[in-house]
Design a protein around this ligand. Sequence first.
Ligand code: SF4
Length: 228
Amino acid sequence: MTIDEIAGIADELETASSTEILRWALARFSGSIVAACSFGGPSGMVLLDQMVALDRSIPIFYIDTGLLHAETHEHCRRVAEHYKIAPLVVCAAVSLAEQNERYGDRLWERDPDRCCEIRKVDAQRNFLVGYRAWISGIRRDQTPARARARVIEWDEAFDIVKINPLARWSDQEIWGYIQERNVPYNALHDRGYASIGCVPCTKPSVAGDPRSGRWPGHLKTECGIHGR
Ligand code: SF4
């Protein structure tokens, strides 16, 4: 697909429902599409719930940086059981021990961009090789970098088409869906963590600012997977 074709389809599907967008994507990229779910945010759970309802065989992956909360691992295990799926675990090519050796301990304190690049972005880049499209649960209201997300776009970071079926959704709509359908969510959300990443870089959020608990003390708001 050319960039112009993708932009044209994004225009056509801008007002479509998330399920309609997913249906289009699953048909268009059949056999070569994969969905991400971090198990650290409510949007990913809505995406997963809708995906599984349409096609349980689409691979769903998450990145295990080696620094996730025990609650995130437990949530992933419960979700797998609940939906009868087997999420694929994507890990960095560099182990934490190797990272410590190369860059020193606790790289995330000194250079979180580098740490995220190694543990998340590079890991995802390696994993996506061979796929033609990936599906993400990002929303425009989450960060400045996500505000311009199209429902379908060319992802320059990974050289692949990116589908954002929930781009237009609000936090309120996400939680409304979760409560209405009893969708499982990460237990840390009930302890003030609105958005959950790695243990050293996640704190409870300030009310009204769901991303405020990510990388506290740094200007960073994105790991790099969805821009910077
Ligand atoms: S969130 Fe923190 S610990 Fe996790 S990969 Fe990024 S910088 Fe490293």
